[in-house]
Design a protein around this ligand. Structure first.
Ligand code: FE2
Length: 189
């Protein structure tokens, strides 16, 4: 159960219409290491992970949806005034003929999102290591995206998102240590 707050987790401003950057940003919308993958991965893992970690997955999975909303807002603002010609010049011609200006869960290369991007191994430690890797890959992608634009407003939002991935990675690492300590304790008994 969620309570929706009608504001973004962090403000999203863009300086100019820039469909080229929107095309790159969609990687974090419907790409393998994007926010949709992250949210669905963590929320799905809650059902089989030890109770001690459920709250963490709840918190982070929910926050990933807030990040998804920020990315969506960025893409929308970057493309809402773009003409079909501008979209085509940015490599978004195929997207336009299929979706007009609507967002779609796809990666920067135009491949649709797929559940094969995420795993559910059922082994808590294995699942948490996947989560740590996912956070590190998302952090790296945010860095590459920051490098691809000179729009300081977009960079500001992307830096916020990059920092959150670092925090998530640290929290998942802590969770691994907690579960490992538990496992060791059980062996003593
Ligand atoms: Fe994250």
């Amino acid at each position: 159960m969620w309570i929706y707050e009608k504001k973004l987790q962090y403000p999203v401003r863009v300086s100019k219409c820039d469909p080229r950057m929107a095309r790159f940003l969609i990687e974090q919308y419907g790409g393998a290491d994007g926010e949709l993958s992250a949210a669905l991965r963590y929320l799905n893992q809650r059902y089989t992970i030890p109770d001690k970690v459920v709250g963490l997955l709840n918190d982070i999975g929910t926050e990933e949806f807030a990040h998804l909303e920020m990315i969506a807002t960025m893409v929308y603002k970057l493309t809402k005034d773009a003409t079909p010609e501008m979209l085509e010049a940015a490599g978004l011609g195929p997207h336009f003929v299929n979706h007009d200006n609507a967002l779609f869960y796809e990666n920067a290369a135009g491949n649709p999102w797929t559940a094969t991007y995420i795993q559910a191994k059922g082994d808590p430690i294995a699942d948490l290591y996947e989560d740590i890797a996912a956070e590190e890959k998302a952090r790296a992608t945010y860095q590459w995206l920051i490098d691809m634009t000179d729009d300081v407003d977009i960079q500001d939002s992307l830096k916020f998102l990059r920092e959150r991935e670092i925090v998530h990675s640290l929290r998942f690492r802590e969770a691994v240590e907690i579960l490992k300590a538990d496992r060791e304790q059980k062996k003593v008994y």
